[in-house]
Structures are given as C-alpha cells and as structure tokens.
Design a binder for this molecule. Structure first.
Ligand code: GLP
Length: 236
C-alpha cells in the first residue's frame, strides 16, 4: 500500500487526479471505476480543467460507477447518475453511452447486479478504481457486515450512512434506505485502487481500515490485500 498524507483538500485532489490522468494518458481506452460523494469532486474539477486545457482526452474512455440509490432514476438530482453527469461527464468529451452506473430502478435488481458484473468483465475489468470512504468504513455502499459480499448486490443502508448522506437531500426522510452497489469482488479485481479521504471526521476510520485488522466490520480494510493500492489522506 502507498499511503500518502497531504496538507489539504486541494493537494489531495491534484494528486488523485494526476493518478487518474496518468492512466488515461498511458491507456486512452482505459476503464475508470468512478465514485460519488463530496470527496472526489475536487478530483473531477481538476480532470475537467486538464481536459479544457487540452491535456486530457476522454474520447476513448469507459467508466463504471460503484453504486446507486434504489428508486432514483438519472433525472433525479440526488441520483448518482445525475451527480456524475453534473460533476464530470457533461464537462469532458467522454462518450456518455460508455459511462455506466448501476440502475436503481431496474425491475429485477438481482439480474441488474449480475448484468453489471458481466459488463465489467466484458470490458476487461477496471484499470483504476477511485474510492471514497464512509465514516463507518463503507466503500461504494458495502456496509459493515459479518462477511464481505462479492457481487453487485442490493444493500440496506446503515442509519449512520443515511444520516451522513442526508446533507445532500431536503430532508432525511427523502434519503433512500436501500442502494445497489458493486461488491468487493469487482473492487478487489480492479488493477489499481485509489482511495481518497479528507478531514478530521475520516481520520479514525482511515487508521482502522489501513493500519488495523482486516475485518468485514470495516469493509475498506480488505483493500490492505490489494496489490496496487494508493490511499491519499488530507487532515483538512
Ligand atoms: C456515499 C458513497 C460512497 C462515498 C461515501 C462518502 O455513501 N456511496 O461511495 O465514499 O458516500 O462520501 P463523502 O465523500 O461525501 O464523505
């Protein structure tokens, strides 16, 4: 594991964006695993800036996102599809039809999960997976549990996650209680993993996840077993 502590959010974002940009530059048809949440927003802003300056070309890139709330379609501003369009896809030259987010409105969610895993396989896997981390150690929406779950699956969100994510909604009652998320298998099979976190609220979980025992009670801790993991943490 490469563990990098930086001074501030701007530095975290720039370093994180540089690792993703390096992937796109060295492999123009890269498959990027992307994440939502407030943490990666600075990375997306930096990637957009480099695209606008003519330094990055996303025309051959494919993206697969980690997760989506159940019941929200892409027109809902709180959906992760909307977030990705708004924070990245609408501002770079990626082919929208090559951007994938699990559907939270599929009739058959079990089949949706299977199809999503097949899709990732058919793309040849993920070249670099970007991750944030929840305060309870979740990645994607893989919440603390008694075991690690492999395939893309539906989850009940922990109350702490609902509370943490309520800031994006008008009221806590509007936060969906369920989500569909890529499981640990696809995340662990990504060729590279880049996890970013910032702020004092994330300090304890970063210590637990990367310097403590590997346990499904701290889902991100399994990343310690990944062969190419970079963690970038900024105290502020
Ligand atoms: C959500 C997402 C995660 C993200 C987490 C942390 O639960 N499903 O992928 O890592 O939020 O979000 P933030 O970066 O806003 O702290």
């Amino acid at each position: 594991m490469k563990y990098i502590e930086v001074e501030n959010y701007a530095e975290m974002s720039k370093k994180g964006a540089a690792l993703i940009a390096a992937e796109v530059v060295s492999k123009p048809n890269a498959v990027l695993g992307l994440a939502t949440g407030s943490t990666p927003v600075g990375i997306y802003k930096q990637l957009i800036e480099w695209f606008r300056n003519g330094d990055l070309d996303f025309s051959g890139v494919t993206s697969v996102n980690l997760d989506e709330y159940l019941g929200l379609d892409g027109t809902n501003p709180q959906s992760y599809r909307y977030f990705m369009n708004d924070n990245l896809f609408n501002h770079v030259n990626i082919d929208k039809s090559r951007t994938f987010v699990p559907s939270g409105t599929a009739d058959d969610l079990a089949s949706e999960g299977e199809a999503y895993d097949k899709l990732i396989k058919s793309l040849g896997g993920i070249d670099i997976q970007l991750l944030g981390i929840g305060e309870d150690g979740h990645i994607g929406f893989n919440e603390p549990d008694d075991c690690f779950t492999g395939p893309t699956h539906v989850v009940d969100l922990d109350e702490s996650t609902v509370v943490a994510n309520a800031r994006f909604f008008d009221s806590i009652d509007d936060v969906p209680r369920k989500a569909i998320t890529m499981g640990m298998a696809s995340i662990m099979q990504a060729k590279k993993v880049l996890l970013v976190a910032n702020g004092p609220k994330k300090y304890d979980i970063i210590q637990k996840a990367f310097f403590g025992p590997i346990t499904p009670k701290v889902p991100a801790s399994i990343l310690q077993l990944h062969g190419d993991l970079t963690v970038i943490y900024s105290k502020i």
